[in-house]
Write a protein that binds this ligand. Structure first.
Ligand code: DGJ
Length: 468
C-alpha cells in the first residue's frame, strides 16, 4: 500500500504557461551554475598562480635539474644461508629494504651509510665536483671532523651574513639506559657550525654544553637534549634557543630555553617547562615575517601537535595554543612559509627507524592544518615510504629563490647515533610539476610540496656565493 507522507513538502511548481516545472530541476540548475562559476574562478586563479610560480623558477636552468626524477634500483642480496632446522622452525619471510637498512651487518650497509672513504670534504679542492651534497655520506667540517649537528636547524644571521647550523653533538658511545629504552648518547651539548656557502662548515664549538656533575640539572649528561633550534629576537637583540628536554625515559617531556648575545654562544640555559601544561617531545620554533615566533610540539603522547605564539622576547609561550593534526601521531615537525601559505613536513612515530613523511598546509599558522600527502619524489617506492631513510628536522628557505628550500633530515644510525648522517635535498613548492597534492570536491587546494631525491646535487652558484 502506498503511504502518503503528510509532512512532505510540495516539490512541484505551477508555471504560468500551465506547464509543471520540477523544483528539483530549478535547484539543480542553480547548483550547477554556481559550481561552474566556482570552477571558472578557481581555474583562472590557479593559472595565474602557476604562471607566477613558473616565471619565478623556470628562468633558472638548475631548477630543472633539481626537479629531475632520479630513480634508485637496488638489487637485494641473496637470502642468507640458514640451517635446515632453523628454516623448518621459522620459515623466512623475504627481506625488505627496510630490514636491510636496520641490519648492521647487511651487505647493503654501504648504500645507506657509506664509509669515511667517500666523505664530503670541503677543504679538498674537488674541482668541478665541489659544492655537491651527497645525502647520506659523512660530511666533514673545515678541520676534517664529521659534522655533529643532528636534529638541527639553521639560522641566517643578517648581521654577519652567515649561516649557523645548530644540532645535537652526539660524538659519544651509544647505549641503552634501560632494556627497553631507546638507544641514546649521553648529552654532550649543542654543536654550532658556521658557513657562508651552506657547504663549507666551520666548527664554532659546543655553544650549550652538558652539565657533568649536577644530576638534578636538565642538561645533566644522563638526560636527553634533542632538536635545538635558534632564532634571533630583533627587539632584545638576543639569540634564543629552544630544545626538547627530557629524562632518559622520555617522561619529563618538556621544552628548554637558552639565550645568548652572540650566535656562537655561549648560551645561558634558563629553564625547562611543559608548555601550556602539556607534554612536549619533538618540537621546532618558527619566526614569522611579522616577528612573531611560534612553538610547535608533539603532545598528548605524540598523538597530536600543538602550536602557539611565543611572548615578545621569545623566552616563554603565551597562553594561546591550538591542537592540530589531532590523532595523526606525527613528530619531527619542520615548518616553512611560501606565498602567504604555511607548510609543514612531519614524520610518523617509530623511534629511530625511518617512516613516511607527510606535508601539511594551512592558511593561518594557528590552523586549521590540512594533511596533503607524501612529498617525496624519486628514489624508489621504499625510499619514498621512508623519507629516503631519514627524518625531517628543518626546512631552510633559499634567499632570492621563492618556492625553493633545502629539506634537512637525519638518517639515524640507532646502532651508533654519532654516525647518523644528514640527508639534505631540494624542496620545491609549486614549480615545474605544479600539481596540487590535495583535492577537495575535485578542486585543487594547495600547491604541491615536492622533495626530490638526488644521489648528489648542488645549489645554484649565486647562492653558495662561490664560482662553481
Ligand atoms: C624520534 C624523534 O624524532 C627523535 O628526535 C628521537 O626522540 C627518537 N624518536 C628517540 O627514539
Amino acid at each position: 500500500m502506498r503511504m502518503r507522507n503528510k509532512y512532505r513538502k510540495p516539490t512541484t511548481l505551477h508555471c504560468n504557461a500551465g506547464t509543471r516545472c520540477s523544483m528539483s530541476i530549478v535547484v539543480w540548475s542553480l547548483v550547477g551554475f554556481l559550481l561552474m562559476l566556482h570552477l571558472y574562478t578557481l581555474i583562472s586563479h590557479t593559472n595565474v598562480q602557476s604562471k607566477e610560480i613558473r616565471s619565478g623558477l623556470s628562468h633558472h636552468p638548475l631548477f630543472r635539474e633539481l626537479e629531475e626524477v632520479e630513480e634508485e634500483n637496488i638489487q637485494m642480496p641473496p637470502p642468507r644461508r640458514r640451517s635446515p632446522r632453523a628454516a623448518k622452525r621459522k620459515p623466512k619471510r623475504p627481506t625488505t629494504l627496510i630490514d636491510e637498512f636496520l641490519d648492521e651487518s647487511s651487505q647493503l650497509r654501504h648504500i645507506f651509510f657509506p664509509t669515511i672513504k667517500t666523505a664530503v670534504d670541503p677543504t679538498k679542492d674537488a674541482g668541478n665536483d665541489s659544492f655537491y651534497y651527497y645525502p647520506g655520506r659523512i660530511w666533514l667540517d673545515t678541520e676534517g671532523n664529521p659534522i655533529q649537528a643532528h636534529g638541527g636547524g639553521i639560522l641566517y644571521d643578517e648581521k654577519s651574513k652567515t649561516y649557523y647550523w645548530y644540532g645535537e653533538y652526539k660524538d659519544g658511545p651509544t647505549y641503552h639506559a634501560h632494556k627497553k629504552g631507546a638507544a641514546r648518547v649521553d648529552v654532550i651539548g649543542v654543536g654550532c657550525y658556521s658557513s657562508k656557502d651552506l657547504w663549507t662548515w666551520k666548527n664554532e664549538g659546543i655553544v650549550l654544553p652538558a652539565e657533568e656533575n649536577n644530576e638534578t640539572h636538565d642538561l645533566h649528561k644522563s638526560n636527553v637534549l634533542e632538536r635545538p633550534k635558534v632564532i634571533y629576537n630583533d627587539k632584545t637583540r638576543k639569540y634564543v634557543m629552544w630544545m626538547h628536554i627530557d629524562d632518559a625515559n622520555y617522561t619529563k617531556a618538556s621544552v628548554g630555553i637558552a639565550v645568548s648575545d652572540s650566535p656562537t654562544g655561549p648560551f645561558d640555559y634558563l629553564y625547562s617547562k611543559r608548555p601550556h601544561g602539556f607534554d612536549s617531545r619533538d618540537m621546532t620554533i618558527f619566526k614569522d615575517n611579522d616577528g612573531v615566533a611560534y612553538l610547535v610540539y608533539s603532545s598528548d603522547d605524540n598523538s597530536e601537535l600543538h602550536i602557539g605564539p611565543l611572548d615578545g622576547d621569545y623566552l616563554d609561550v603565551t597562553n594561546v595554543v591550538r591542537r592540530i593534526l589531532v590523532g595523526q601521531h606525527r613528530e619531527a615537525p619542520a615548518l616553512f612559509k611560501h606565498g602567504g601559505t604555511y607548510y609543514m613536513i612531519t614524520s610518523g612515530c617509530t623511534g629511530w627507524a625511518p617512516n613516511e613523511a607527510l606535508a601539511h598546509a594551512a592558511e593561518s599558522i594557528m590552523g586549521p592544518w590540512e594533511t596533503m600527502g607524501n612529498p617525496c619524489i624519486g628514489g624508489n617506492k621504499v625510499y619514498r615510504l621512508t623519507t629516503f631513510f631519514a627524518q625531517s628536522t628543518f626546512v631552510l628557505p633559499l634567499p632570492g629563490l621563492p618556492g625553493s628550500f633545502i629539506f634537512m633530515a637525519d638518517r639515524w644510525n640507532p646502532a651508533d647515533l654519532r654516525d647518523s648522517r644528514y640527508v639534505w635535498l631540494p624542496l620545491m613548492v609549486g614549480g615545474a610539476a605544479d600539481q596540487p597534492l590535495d583535492y577537495s570536491f575535485g578542486f585543487p587546494l594547495w600547491s604541491r610540496v615536492s622533495i626530490y631525491w638526488h644521489k648528489r646535487w648542488r645549489l645554484p652558484a649565486e647562492l653558495s656565493g662561490k664560482k662553481i
